[in-house]
Design a protein around this ligand. Structure first.
Ligand code: 13P
Length: 251
C-alpha cells in the first residue's frame, strides 16, 4: 500500500474577522506540529489575502471553500481559480454539503467545478456524503457512488490523481453527532473501492478525509482507521487549541 501523507484541513466556513484571523493564524503558526501531517486552512474569500500574508513562510497551506467553474470574465460576484492561485491558494474545497443543499449545487455543477479547478492546477478536496434520511433508508452507498460517478464522468479518472476526497455525512456536520470510526471506515473503504474499479493506482494514493463533528477527543479514534487519511474540520478549526490537538492526534 502507498504511504499516504495525512492531511488535516480546517474549513472556517463563513466565519472570522480580520482580528480573529490574525489571532487564530498566529496561534496555529506557533503550534503546528512537526509530525508529518499536512495542515491546511480553507478561508472565506475575503480573508484569503490576509491569511496568505500571515501564512507566508509557514508550513500551513491555504485553500478556498469553493471557486467559479468559469475562467476570468463577465461573471459578477464570482472568484476564479487564477485569482486564488495569484493569492497563494493551493487548494479548494468543492461540493461541500452546505453548497449542495443550501446553495443549490448539483452533482453536475460540482463535477464542472472539480474539473475546472483540477485543469487550473489547484488541489481539490471533493466532498461527498449522505443525508440522515438516506442513511436510514440504506442508501448511503448509492448516494456516494452517484456523487462520485458524476465527477468521474465529467472530469475523467486522471483528475483524481493527487486529488483528495472528504467523506462528510450530512447528519454529522455541526451536530455534535460524529460517525463512529467503524462507520467512517466503511464509507471510506467503499469510496476507495469505487475509485479502484477505474484505477487501482489512483485509489491506492487517494487521500480520503473524514469530516463531521471531529473534535480533539474523537479525532484519534477516527484517524486510526485504515482508510481515514485525515480530517476536514469545521467548528473545531476556529479554535487554536482544538485544531492543534486534532492535528496532533494523527500518526
Ligand atoms: P463540523 O466539524 O463543524 O461538524 O463541520 C464539518 C464540516 O462541514 C467541514 O467541512
Amino acid at each position: 500500500m502507498t504511504d499516504r501523507q495525512p492531511l488535516v484541513a480546517g474549513n472556517w466556513k463563513m466565519n472570522g474577522s480580520r482580528a480573529s484571523v490574525r489571532s487564530l493564524l498566529d496561534g496555529l503558526c506557533r503550534g503546528v506540529p512537526e509530525n508529518g501531517v499536512e495542515v491546511l486552512v480553507c478561508a472565506p474569500f475575503i480573508h484569503i489575502p490576509l491569511a496568505a500574508e500571515l501564512l507566508a513562510g509557514s508550513a500551513i497551506g491555504l485553500g478556498a471553500q469553493t471557486v467559479s467553474e468559469y475562467g476570468n470574465g463577465a461573471y459578477t460576484g464570482e472568484i476564479s481559480t487564477d485569482m486564488l492561485k495569484d493569492y497563494g491558494c493551493g487548494y479548494v474545497i468543492i461540493g461541500h454539503s452546505e453548497r449542495r443543499h443550501i446553495l443549490g449545487e448539483t452533482n453536475e455543477t460540482v463535477a464542472r467545478k472539480f474539473r475546472h479547478a483540477r485543469d487550473s492546477g489547484l488541489q481539490v478536496i471533493l466532498c461527498l456524503g449522505e443525508r440522515l434520511e438516506e442513511r436510514e433508508a440504506g442508501m448511503t452507498e448509492q448516494v456516494l457512488s452517484e456523487q462520485l460517478d458524476a465527477v468521474i464522468a465529467a472530469a475523467g479518472m486522471e483528475c483524481f490523481s493527487g486529488a483528495v476526497i472528504a467523506y462528510e455525512p450530512v447528519w454529522a456536520i455541526g451536530t455534535g453527532r460524529t460517525a463512529t470510526p467503524e462507520q467512517a471506515q466503511a464509507a471510506h473503504s467503499f469510496i476507495r473501492l469505487q475509485v479502484a474499479r477505474h484505477d487501482d493506482r489512483i485509489a491506492d494514493g487517494l487521500r480520503i478525509l473524514y469530516g463531521g463533528s471531529v473534535k480533539a477527543d474523537n479525532a484519534a479514534g477516527l484517524f486510526a482507521m485504515a482508510d481515514v487519511d485525515g480530517g476536514l474540520i469545521g467548528g473545531a478549526s476556529l479554535k487554536v487549541d482544538d485544531f492543534l490537538a486534532i492535528c496532533q492526534s494523527i500518526g
